[in-house]
Design a protein around this ligand. Structure first.
Ligand code: SF4
Length: 351
């Protein structure tokens, strides 16, 4: 029977050590391999010059390095760039890089499409094709690093692209461990944000992982009736249970939970909504990201007029709630929040 080859990008340093040992070399070869993959961004076994040739050929038989192929890079006027990435089976996902002063943030996808069907989200119209593997999540950073060259350093990672990270829990957590591990990518957890539509059991599980990453909750409404209309997930996990899970989430010192709130004209942008929002997050170390809706065709929603957006923010600030307006980046290239969608490709025949 043919053995399934493992994606080296999905293995933690200790797993690379175990693999190396299994292939007949000392464990430290695994650490050398990790340094090539994660620190030096070298994804060609042939170029890993300090590894014995025989070991590299064994690796090539047993494993692969699953860097997705960059199919297209679309630059935006605001400096962000959308990467369309093609995975080994022909599926496509998007990753977006967003520069902001000395930051370079990469927005990652965790699923091909999404099954949560939020009414304001273009990705949600695709439905869910499949989960990404941990290697495919990590591979998005590898592909972007390769395309940007050695001088560009991605400083922050946000799990806010296509898909719901906590619905692909195991792969998301494995990818987080790879991003954080000092001998893998070595990111500080404070520079990583996982965004969720509000999967309560996922939040509770994540709370026990001790990862210390930032959590962003897609809230988007202040009553169950409106949230149900916007986000079908609210039928299973209404506001009360979601906010209770947020209150129990162990936030590291000086970290705050982010609540994402897309502003939709005449739907959730009234002064009453703003006041209810202050009550919902009261007592939580929270900040609110207000996201004026990014129009897409044929969405039934519109962006509120600017004075209404500013008035909503002002009410939150008056009540002592930190609230920023996030003018999404990449709007002109369909890369802004809720705008990521890729037409499906015919799947490649498996080998
Ligand atoms: S907002 Fe997030 S969870 Fe909702 S449909 Fe879009 S990608 Fe899925």
């Amino acid at each position: 029977m043919q053995r399934t080859r493992v994606d080296l990008l999905s293995l933690l340093p200790n797993e690379l050590e175990t693999l190396s040992q299994r292939l007949g070399v000392d464990r430290y070869r695994g650490r050398q391999l990790a340094a090539w993959l994660f620190k030096k961004a070298v994804y060609d076994l042939g170029a890993m010059s300090n590894l014995p040739r025989e070991f590299r050929s064994r690796l090539a038989e047993e494993a692969f390095i699953g860097v997705p192929q960059v199919e297209r890079i679309t630059p935006s006027q605001d400096g962000s760039r959308k990467f369309v990435l093609r995975l080994a089976d022909g599926a496509r996902v998007q990753a977006v890089i967003m520069p902001d002063r000395d930051r370079l943030t990469l927005c990652l996808s965790t699923q091909v499409g999404c099954g949560y069907a939020c009414a304001f989200c273009l990705t949600g119209t695709m439905g869910l094709d499949r989960n990404l593997t941990a290697g495919e999540i990590v591979g998005q950073l590898a592909a972007v690093r390769q395309a940007l060259g050695p001088d560009a350093r991605v400083t922050h990672l946000v799990f806010m692209g296509m898909g719901e990270p906590l619905a692909n829990y195991e792969a998301t957590v494995k990818a987080l461990r790879l991003f954080i591990h000092p001998e893998a990518f070595g990111y500080s957890p404070r520079r990583i944000t996982v965004s969720t539509v509000g999967l309560v059991t996922g939040i509770q599980k994540l709370a026990k992982e001790d990862l210390k990453v930032n959590l962003a909750i897609s809230l988007h409404a202040t009553t169950n009736a409106v949230r149900m209309e916007l986000m079908p997930v609210n039928r299973g996990w209404p506001l009360e249970s979601l906010l209770a899970a947020c209150r129990q989430f162990p936030l590291p010192v000086r970290q705050r939970m982010t609540f994402e709130y897309v502003l939709l004209d005449g739907v959730n942008d009234s002064p009453e909504d703003a006041l209810r929002l202050t009550r919902l997050v009261r007592g939580l170390r929270a900040k609110i990201n207000l996201i004026p809706f990014n129009a897409w065709d044929p969405s039934r929603f519109r962006r509120p007029p600017l004075p209404r957006i500013l008035a909503f923010q002002a009410l939150l600030l008056e009540h002592g709630i930190t609230a920023t307006i996030r003018w999404s980046k990449g709007e002109d290239i369909g890369a802004a929040c809720g705008q990521l969608k890729e037409p499906r490709l015919p799947k490649m025949a498996s080998a």
